[in-house]
Design a binder for this molecule. Structure first.
Ligand code: NAP
Length: 315
């Protein structure tokens, strides 16, 4: 470990982390950015992105993240392809500083840290699922629903996200089948009723999806299984959307942050954590919007707040 104390360290390279890096770098802070276990974040697993402003013809998710990464580098960010594995606060001659341990066994000290490790959408872990992501399987109706206009899709889940995704898709797709593993729903009464009343939504309970059916590298259907009788049947569909929850990647930051019961980092003033000098942005603290553009906006806000923090302390 070098004794140098960085002004700004950013953890995560999704839209939140890279936007924070662009703002930090353009303020002359030369931020060090740890790319983490999924460089580029969740957008690297989607195909076309048509709702990020500035691209009239849309842009592929991986390409968008490649562009953001290049932009962050060009203005002076150092991007390191390692993950942060643990964190602590340590004393130094200039007061308490943040220490981050990294996957290469090294460590780094920083006056400010911006946490942008996002959340991971839960999936069923079925055979061929990873390969079919973006080819019929998705974890985000807002991102990918547009490609299923007039088509048949399945949404899996029984919470508010599943209702929201089903309702969103019902206005685009010809038919939405909502498959939930129990007869009882976790969703709020109002959302459930709205979904039940929608003419394009059919409820299938208690069922699970147990197999993905594929042809030429694209999803063409699923095998469903009744939760009690175990009876199976195939359902031809064009798209499968998982809405079974997200896991915020907050575990390792527990020494610095409080989280809610689902693991989302609790913030005040949008991006501040309970630890002075530690800020957060993106899906790690946002269970509601989870969009690239809202994450980028929070990344900007976190960087500007961190810059003000450094200025006020002459660091
Ligand atoms: P959630 O409430 O945890 O619901 C997840 C659903 O997925 C549950 O119905 C669960 O089934 C099902 N599930 C989980 N693992 C599964 C598996 N392996 N196989 C099959 N099904 C599985 O998650 P969420 O819907 O994402 O909501 C998260 C939070 O955000 C909630 O507090 C919610 O109210 C909030 N939210 C609010 C809104 C809104 O108000 N507009 C919109 C979205 C989300 P079981 O019920 O059987 O456990």
């Amino acid at each position: 470990m070098s004794d140098t104390i960085e002004k700004m360290v950013i953890v995560g390279t999704g839209p939140a982390g890279l936007t924070a890096a662009i703002y930090g770098a353009r303020s002359g802070l030369s931020p060090t950015v740890y790319a983490g276990i999924q460089p580029g974040g969740q957008l690297t697993t989607t195909t076309e992105v048509e709702n990020f402003p500035g691209f009239s013809q849309g842009i592929l998710g991986p390409k968008l993240m490649e562009e953001m990464t290049e932009q962050a580098k060009r203005v002076g960010s150092k991007i390191i392809n390692e993950a942060v594995t643990s964190v602590e606060t340590v004393n130094s001659p200039s007061g308490a500083v943040k220490k981050l341990w990294t996957s290469d066994g090294g460590s780094i000290l920083a006056h400010t840290v911006i946490l942008c490790t996002g959340a991971t959408a839960k999936t069923l872990g079925l055979d061929r699922e990873t390969e079919l992501m973006g080819h019929g399987v998705s974890t985000c109706a807002t991102c990918d629903g547009f490609f299923y206009r007039k088509k048949h899709v399945v949404v899996v889940g029984g919470g508010d996200s599943a209702m929201e995704e089903a309702l969103f898709l019902a206005n685009l797709a010809e038919k939405v089948v909502l498959i939930h593993r129990r007869a009882l729903f976790r969703a709020s009464h109002i959302m459930l009723e709205r979904a039940k009343k929608h003419p394009n939504i059919e409820m299938m309970v208690p069922y699970t999806v147990c197999k993905l059916l594929e042809k030429d590298g694209a999803l063409i259907g699923v095998t469903t299984q009744h939760s009690e009788s175990q009876e199976q049947r195939d359902l031809p569909i064009d798209g499968l959307f998982y809405a079974i929850g997200h896991t915020p990647n907050s575990q390792i930051f527990r020494p610095w942050v409080d989280t809610d019961d689902q693991g989302y980092v609790i913030v005040h003033d949008y991006v501040k954590t309970k630890t002075s000098g530690v800020f957060v942005a993106g899906d790690l603290c946002d269970p509601h919007f989870r969009q690239a553009i809202t994450a980028a906006g929070l990344g900007c806000r976190a960087a500007m707040t961190a810059i003000r923090y450094l200025d006020e302390r002459n660091l």
